[in-house]
Design a protein around this ligand. Structure first.
Ligand SMILES: [Zn+2]
Length: 236
């Protein structure tokens, strides 16, 4: 089992760790700051630094088959570290921060569009959500202005844990859900944007909406009956 440091602190850029295993599937560590692809957020890239001075470039991070298993994918042709080796794991922070800002912005978008989310994806500098809304009720300029208002208002963002039972007793806590939150571990992690949004999410987020910076709704696509794709990009 890998200790998932990014879950409690999305701002951690590096950590000391020990290599548990390294094979063609990827490199497993006892703890990591690397976020594995999931929930519409890409996996982190970065570097593993060995005591010898060797650096292993990590080009992607994915989930393994086991619960909380994280596979760090090295660049092709890299010689793998030995199990037991002490390393420093460091993410590409500039990229991750952009992903955190856009991911958090998608929560804002979700809160201002009535209708269930049917899909979503964050990429570097861009993001999109698909909504089950009929007709052409969504307006680019109106959504852009509402989003930037919420961003400028500077709402606090933070996790809130509740038990499975609490969530079942209060389904209204979950405004919109494209994926059912994982049950069975006894508690569910919700991400709360104070006064704006509350929903289960395992991704990484900024601490305040003001960190997102200005955004623009670049496109609203019609992806079939009752399916509208809203595409966002950073304004700068
Ligand atoms: Zn999230």
């Amino acid at each position: 089992m890998t200790e998932l440091l990014f879950r409690d602190d999305g701002y951690l850029r590096s950590c000391d760790a020990r290599v548990i295993a390294a094979d063609k599937r990827g490199i497993r560590l006892d703890r990591t700051v690397f976020y594995p692809m999931g929930g519409g957020q890409p996996g982190d890239a970065g570097v593993l630094r060995l005591a010898s001075g060797q650096e292993i470039a990590i080009i992607d991070t994915v989930k393994g088959e086991l619960l909380d298993e994280v596979l760090h994918i090295p660049a092709p042709g890299t010689s793998l570290p030995e199990p037991g080796m002490e390393i420093v794991a460091e993410i590409d922070w500039e990229r991750r921060y952009r992903l955190m800002r856009m991911h958090t912005c998608l929560h804002l978008l979700c809160s201002i569009v009535p209708g269930a989310v049917t899909g979503g994806q964050v990429s570097d500098g861009r993001g999109r959500l698909d909504f089950d809304v009929p007709g052409s009720s969504l307006d680019k300029a109106a959504l852009t202005s509402r989003l930037n208002a919420l961003i400028e208002e500077g709402h606090a963002v933070g996790p809130r844990w509740i038990t499975d039972e609490e969530l079942e007793a209060k389904p209204e806590l979950v405004r919109t859900m494209s994926v059912k939150p994982p049950r069975g571990s006894g508690r569910v992690r919700l991400m709360e944007i104070s006064g704006v949004d509350l929903q289960p999410c395992g991704g990484t987020h900024v601490r305040n909406t003001a960190e997102i910076g200005s955004v623009t709704v670049t496109k609203i696509e019609n992806k079939g009956r009752q399916n509208r794709r809203v595409i966002l990009a950073f304004a700068e």
